[in-house]
Design a protein around this ligand. Sequence first.
Ligand code: GLV
Ligand code: MN
Ligand code: MN
Length: 366
Amino acid sequence: MAEAGLAAAIDRVGNVYGRTPGNRRTVLIGSHTDSVPNGGWLDGALGVMYGLEIARAMIEAGHAGGVDVISFQDEEGTFLPCLGSKSYCGVLSNDDLARAAGPDERRLSDVLAAAGFSAEASRFEPDRQVAYLEAHIEQGPKLEAAGARIGIVTGIVGIRRFRVRASGQADHAGTTPMRLRKDAGAALIRLAARILESMPAMSAGETVWNIGAMEFKPGAANVVPAEASFILEIRDLDEKVLDRLQTRVEAMVAEAAAGAPVAVAHESIGRIEAVAMDRALADIVRKVAARHVGEPMIMPSGAGHDAMVVARTMPSAMLFIPSIGGRSHNIVEDTREDDIVLGCRVLADAVNEVLSRAGSTDRPGR
Ligand code: GLV
Ligand code: MN
Ligand code: MN
């Protein structure tokens, strides 16, 4: 970022934030550069690199307007979903920070302290930034199937994550009679199966769910599990559907706890509400895209993005480019090079359009 001519800094949660020098109207362009385990090269980084490239080109051309670029920390939620964008938008509470823990139960606060980032929190600048634009790969099959090269996002699903835990007793798995065991693993597997079997009837047409992590402790073939946990995630565009599902899942956890010789409990470990993108801004991006490739596809996002946090703070819009085979959250994730280039051109033109509407001249005094 510094090489591109941006004034760049890493803030207290690890956001990398680069501002075009001077007092001017800017568009904030960003996404994230963290990844999921064994994730691909574009999920997140694409949107940051677009911002960096557009900023570099504008500064080089001496453009009067400008862009600010941000790489948000931990969008994927290794510790806390959308940590960086929440911090940037001022909606991260000290409680959230204190409670967040990641793999191996490492505490986010300890990890941040060990990383030694600055004490400063970067914050959005409402007098300066007129809009947030995030470009991302689609991460699904719809664009490719329709032969569309650009997608314009209408809204982003709400996401709820729960950790469900069972606590029993470690015992010798060869000598302890079955009826005497307090097997946390068996109780949790039964509960997980019941939830997965009930979901299709409980959910709406577009709801998706996932049990993507499960852990047993101490985790050995010859020890009855003393502790077991899984993480359940549910997504839908409709918060009412999510409310209903949450209530039912909570009832199933309570039922499992009532009948079992082990304790079963759940906690919410992540909640981001469904959000609509700014219609006027999305329409600007749509029109610009149409000049390049004809009408883009108008679509919701089933993946979470930093835009779902930022959209509550400033006008936000997203554009998608296709994912080959719809694959993502996998190392095979990829996008055709001409699509990658096209997406950057569309985003750059959209930035110019937004800045020219906002009046992009340098202003004195700040
Ligand atoms: C981010 O990739 C998410 O949708 O969880
Ligand atoms: Mn992702
Ligand atoms: Mn992403």
